[in-house]
Design a protein around this ligand. Structure first.
Ligand code: FE2
Length: 389
């Protein structure tokens, strides 16, 4: 076995109402004039207004870019970079879900690193080109799911004209992209509608579960993942049923952070399929994971029975016997998803049978399943998708 590497480097500020502390943290970072990167939904929901009030009261002038798309595209980042330069900004405050935070990371990268953005693609060895310092960044999540606030990667779709392969999704993955501070205020998630809460929350749960079951030696990530999935299993149904339950919202925000900290170990087949499904039928990433995970858990269960038994215990199962507990984990995952009132079949989210070959091809090409505890063939992927249809 080769040596393993473990990192837990993100500075996290966590707590209800912690958004109020943003000025203090910006000052500590030496940030005097941030560019706020967000999306139109955050402005409409009044969350940007809240941020604006806090910055204004502290006498911090800021510029705004609020046009990030649901899945960020290169043009979003270039336009935001332009806004950054025009305003003479010295830092980035990214507020929103994974999209706004990822776009903020790319802006931060491009301030001191020349384009084209395509050269920073992780598959093309992009991390080695991230060599200069990046301006400070505060990431403020408004969902509890992706965990992008603590992560070192950003997903962006390259635009036509700026790359040899237009509309290609790339991952930029480099430790300097980790936000200077992840400012996590669960109050910002109190207005999230139940369906978004469920989909993003299941993404967090699946991050924990897949990381825990992934191949590889990473006991620190395992411990974080196991605790995180228990929190998500207990709190997600509460947050969906009672959106303004601050305790459940806080637990889900913790679970999201823990999921993203843990998945540096790796993910698995569920994420390969989710990554394949979104471009084919447009399904939300978290919802794809939610629909698939009961099937993936059943597929993986016998390959890692001891791990699945511990998953069952973390999800509140009692009893003895590894096999029985492993089966209980699969049943509990299934009933968790069914308790959330979201679609439970891929047909319900628009997948058609004739799209199966494309989904299988894309899933096979995705890197996540390399660490799945049970090897996955094209035939396996096909039967997994069929079982979830
Ligand atoms: Fe995910």
């Amino acid at each position: 076995m080769g040596a393993s590497e473990m990192f837990f480097p993100t500075h996290v500020v966590f707590g209800a109402g912690s958004l109020q502390e943003l000025p203090k943290h910006l000052e500590a970072l030496g940030a005097k004039s941030p560019l706020v990167v967000t999306d139109p939904g955050i402005v409409k929901a009044g969350l940007y207004g809240k941020l604006q009030g806090i910055l204004g009261a502290a006498g911090i002038a800021h510029a705004l870019f609020a046009e990030v798309h649901e899945n960020p595209v290169e043009q979003d980042c270039l336009a935001a970079l332009e806004a950054y330069r025009r305003a003479g900004a010295d830092s980035v405050v990214a507020m929103g879900g994974g999209s706004a935070m990822d776009a903020g990371k790319i802006v931060r990268l491009l301030v001191n690193h020349e384009g084209p953005l395509s050269q920073y693609d992780d598959l093309a060895g992009g991390a080695a080109k991230v060599v200069k310092g990046l301006p400070p960044m505060v990431a403020i999540p408004t969902t509890a799911g992706t965990g992008s606030e603590v992560g070192r990667s950003a997903v962006v779709t390259l635009g036509a004209g700026a790359s040899a392969e237009p509309h290609k999704k790339i991952v930029v993955f480099a430790p300097p992209l980790i936000p200077s501070i992840a400012l996590c205020d669960p109050e910002l998630t109190l207005e999230l509608p139940p369906r978004t809460t469920a989909a993003t929350g299941m993404d967090a749960f699946v991050h924990c579960l897949e990381a825990y079951c992934a191949k590889g030696f990473h006991p620190l990530a395992d411990a974080v993942a196991l605790d995180g999935l228990g929190r998500a299993a207990r709190s997600l149904p509460v947050a969906v049923a009672s959106p303004r339950d601050l305790g459940a919202r806080s637990e889900m925000m913790v679970a999201a952070i823990m999921g993203a900290v843990a998945f540096q170990k790796g993910l698995g087949a569920c994420h390969s399929l989710a990554h394949a499904l979104t471009p084919v039928c447009g399904v939300h990433h978290g919802l794809a994971n939610a629909i698939l995970i009961p099937h993936i858990a059943a597929f993986n269960g016998d390959a890692v029975p001891e791990r699945m038994a511990r998953v069952a215990l973390a999800m509140g199962a009692a009893g003895a016997g590894t096999r029985d507990l492993a089966h209980a984990a699969v049943a509990r995952i299934d009933s968790l998803v069914r308790s959330l009132g979201i679609p439970t079949s891929l047909r319900d989210v628009g997948l058609r049978e004739e799209q199966l070959p494309e989904v299988v091809e894309r899933a096979l090409a995705d890197g996540c399943h390399a660490l799945n505890p049970r090897p996955v063939t094209a035939a396996d992927f096909e039967s997994l998708v069929r079982s979830a249809l």
